[in-house]
Design a binder for this molecule. Structure first.
Ligand code: SAM
Length: 276
């Protein structure tokens, strides 16, 4: 998979992907990245990328011409042409505009992008990007949350990080992306082969369970006994209950769309009952 990032601050990305899993994925060629300086597509002495907004108002707006040229240099045609010429091909590139006005970027969206061969990320600055760039070229606008950043670079880094760790081979354990917060629905997870279905601890759209490591006692708190006794089925049940507890406490909205079994629903009822 390849990411292309268009930005006025290419240096922002020089160190951000030089650590951990992402560095290894890049080094091993599981993913590749092109960072493109928008100013390289200007033709005036000042390398101007922005201009005042029509209609007046605060701030500046990223001009459409340098962005269109940057996209053309990547072989990205306007959407209408692209869709027509790619109609017969699988996996046309996704052109994404990072924007506070975008659809929320979620784990499901990261999975969708991870199935794409090439994703182009346009980083806005100032008041944003001339809307015609969005209309003509972008397949979607993505927001990483309900707050306003000063530029799309941090958002692009978030999208790249969350997406590329879902690519085959990037995480040590192929399945670990399934078992984290917002993981796949239980039914999609294969049997572990040890007699206890993996589905008992698939995230199924819930938040992850709490994790502990040594020492077994810290700050007066002991690791839950269940995790110490080697009863794997018991551990899975405990973890599932913790997922339900955390999700109910921190993100009750996720319970609406989560893949819940009959047992989960019973547990939830009991947990809700405790609070009364
Ligand atoms: N005028 C815009 C608004 O009110 O929606 C805010 C522009 S913001 C200061 C500059 C750039 O930061 C945007 O063009 C976008 O690329 C990026 N940005 C800001 N917040 C974002 C968010 N929540 N998600 C993704 N990108 C964001």
């Amino acid at each position: 998979m390849r990411f292309e990032i268009i930005t006025i601050f290419p240096e922002f990305f020089t160190s951000i992907f030089e650590n951990g899993i992402l560095r290894r994925a890049l080094a091993e060629g599981l993913v590749s990245m092109g960072v493109h300086d928008l100013r390289a597509f200007t033709h005036d002495r000042h390398r101007t990328v922005d201009d005042r907004p029509f209609g007046g108002g605060e701030g500046m707006v990223l001009k459409p011409e340098p962005l269109a040229e940057a996209l053309a240099s990547l072989g990205i045609e306007p959407k209408a042409q692209r869709l027509a010429s790619n109609a017969a091909q699988a996996g046309p590139p996704q052109v994404v505009l990072l924007s506070a006005q975008g659809r929320p970027f979620t784990q499901a969206m990261a999975r969708e992008l991870a199935a794409t061969e090439r994703v182009v990320l346009i980083c806005g600055r100032y008041e944003g990007v001339d809307e015609r760039v969005n209309e003509l070229y972008c397949d979607m606008e993505l927001s990483i949350g309900d707050y306003v950043l000063s530029g799309g670079e941090l958002a692009a880094a978030v999208v790249v990080d969350a997406t590329m760790r879902l690519l085959p081979g990037v995480l040590g354990n192929e399945a670990s992306g399934d078992f984290e917060s917002f993981g796949v629905a239980d039914a999609e997870i294969a049997d572990a082969g040890d007699g206890v279905p993996r589905s008992q601890h698939g995230a199924g759209g819930l938040l992850d369970y709490p994790h502990y490591t040594r020492p077994a006692e810290f700050g007066g708190l002991r690791v839950p006994e269940t995790l110490l006794n080697g009863d794997h089925a018991g551990i899975r049940r405990w973890r599932r209950e913790q997922q339900l507890r955390k999700t109910l406490a921190n993100r009750p909205d996720l319970l609406e769309g989560a893949a819940l079994s009959k047992e989960d629903r019973k547990l939830l009822e009991a947990i809700r009952g405790e609070a009364e």
